[in-house]
Design a binder for this molecule. Structure first.
Ligand code: HEM
Length: 207
């Protein structure tokens, strides 16, 4: 077993500090627009972006620690569960803001959504809930390691795709949105490279 010195910013403390900070920032952003619909839409966009950050940190952690083992990547790998649950909390705030948008401006809301966004977004939320619910020792043990791995692998790749679509479809109007695709492509590439190295025969690795 490898031993490490536990830092202050780890485990559930990491989750609570990040999630409460996100919640406070959402309130602050909405307050900047007097809690009117434009402020709520800013919160939707803000939480989509914070979700992207925490999703990428959690989903790249094992690959990064394998490819470049150092203090930061080991911290990231140790805390990937808490980074993942922080992603779920950030998307919980996205859902609350979506609910407020729908209630405050039903016409604007229906113009901003479609049947596809309900179906694909709904599947995304089902994965997020299932993955967050199985991020505790007891619930993870209850479904068993094979089912846990399948759920978190399929769910992770589905969410990667789920981020690419809304960011990608804004690129024709706002080309800078292409920047949001960079971390998603990087995470995918890192996972593929790490998987290829893991699968490579030892003799080939030694060359
Ligand atoms: C039923 C579920 C969902 C609904 C109804 C929904 C609704 C919305 C709406 C209305 C916006 C546009 C806000 C605006 O322009 O003012 C938005 C933006 C976005 N959503 Fe969601 N969403 C859902 C689920 C998801 C999921 C599961 C993800 C990713 C895992 C996601 C990622 C995004 C992204 C990346 C944006 C673009 C943010 C930006 O413009 O910077 N959404 N969503």
């Amino acid at each position: 077993m490898t031993s490490h010195r536990q830092g202050w910013f780890e485990n559930w403390r990491l989750f609570w500090v990040l999630s409460l900070t996100l919640a406070a920032l959402c309130i602050w952003i909405a307050a900047m627009r007097q809690f009117e619909v434009e402020g709520v839409r800013m919160v939707i966009r803000f939480t989509a972006r914070t979700s992207l950050l925490f999703f990428c940190l959690a989903f790249s952690a094992a690959a990064l620690a394998r490819l470049w083992p150092n203090g930061w990547t080991r911290w990231q790998r140790r805390n990937r569960r808490y980074l993942g649950v922080t992603f779920a909390a950030s998307h919980g705030l996205h859902a609350i803001a979506i609910g407020c948008f729908a209630a405050m401006d039903p016409v604007g809301y229906s113009a901003a959504t479609s049947a596809a966004s309900y179906i694909f977004g709904g599947i995304g939320y089902a994965f997020i809930i299932a993955m967050a619910a199985t991020s505790f020792d007891r619930t993870a043990a209850a479904i068993g390691p094979r089912a846990w791995r399948a759920l978190h692998l399929v769910g992770g790749y589905y969410l990667l795709f789920q981020f690419m679509v809304p960011f990608g479809k804004r690129i024709p109007d706002m080309p800078l949105y292409a920047l949001f695709l960079i971390p998603l492509v990087a995470v995918f590439a890192l996972r593929m490279i790490s998987m290829a190295q893991k699968g490579a025969p030892r003799t080939a690795q030694a060359n």
